[in-house]
Design a protein around this ligand. Sequence first.
Ligand code: PFF
Length: 454
Amino acid sequence: MTTTSIHGMWSSRLAFVLAATGSAVGLGNIWRFPYTAGEYGGGAFVIVYILCVAAIGIPIMMAEIMLGRRGRQSPINTMRTLAEREGASPLWQLLGWMGILSGFLILSFYSVIAGWTLAYVMRAAGGLFTGIDAAGSEAVFSALVGDAERLLAWHTIFMVITVIVVARGVAGGLEKAVRVLMPALFLLLIIMVLYAAQAGDFASGAAYLFQPDFRELRDNAGEAILSAMGQAFFSLSLGMGAIMIYGSYLNSQDSIMQNTIIIAVMDTLVAVLAGLAIFPIVFANGLEPGSGPGLIFQTLPIAFGQMPLGQFFGSVFFVLLVFAAWTSAISLLEPLVAWLVENRGFSRVRAAILGGVAVWLLGIACLLSLNEWSGFKVFGMGILDLFDYVTANVLLPLGGVLIAVFAGWVLSRSASAAELRIASEGLYQVWLVLIRFIAPLAVILVFAHAIGIF
Ligand code: PFF
């Protein structure tokens, strides 16, 4: 069996943890988590979200890393090889294909939102937010989102920087960048929370996030629970092969369980900190927590506009957010690029450019859906919202169920035990129960509930 990947290996266990955390922590935590929690009323959503991370996300992340490390190839070929070895159907490689599709759709809109972040670096640095109020901030946001050419420019820049890193190989520059940037993002979020605690309506913000009011869920429980679960998959980068391919570059000796727990805890912490930085400002300024995808872009500028050194903190914050998005975007493109290298004999550079151009084109449709094509709706959603909804709430959880079924039922127990090498037999049993029964059943029940089966 191969013990290394042809695409390279992480230089250390820390490098893997940093890269996987870099993949997990991104716009999903700071942009998507607060606005989705806001749309579903806060506390109860947050509890369901955390339950999903613990009972579904952690076991599936372990499974993804485990499968990746056992296969040591792109998700498509990993699934093909592992299925073959277990005497299972070659159709399992469709799981890899579905992941490529998900990554494609996610990156196309992710890059557009990352473009907003780039634009906000400029606005913050230029002092545009100084003394801004809620109406002013809203106007700045609408002006950006309504301007297709500007969005196209930022989307293009973001895709170019993503392609550059992927072309050079993820193990190279990524490790070094994440080592500095992750702690910096953490620190700045803590500064933002401290500011929100002092200048915002912290009591209301914290209560909103942590005091579950389950009546909130009652009107729309199916959708809310589905979205909390979808958010868990999206935020942890699960269900599409991103974590699988990162696992394929991990040393055989490293502990999968320990690493997974670190990644999941960091990811959740960043999301909660983002919520604590944003909601006190939302309430202090009479804004609407459920106002949708513009939430952080409409609230944080107000805080930066008032706080001491706000111009500095504002620009640094958006720069760090760009980096967080960048390290996630890289992992969205990597499975496709690895496959092009393995099966089509492309050089990494050519593969990255080809994948990047295809995603870039689809991204144009996403950004146009915010302005020129705003009248065009599918199921009541524009293209960007549709891609966001379908990937997070349908494709990723579906990919997750298939990963769980493969890891729990198709892969032999001796193989999973040998790969996970959990010291305590009891803990291995817990994982096995979670991956065989709890995670797949939970996802299926949530789907069934959301489409109104019960
Ligand atoms: N986890 C990333 C975020 O929270 O921003 C987004 C993401 C990356 C989703 C990679 C899925 C993925 F495979």
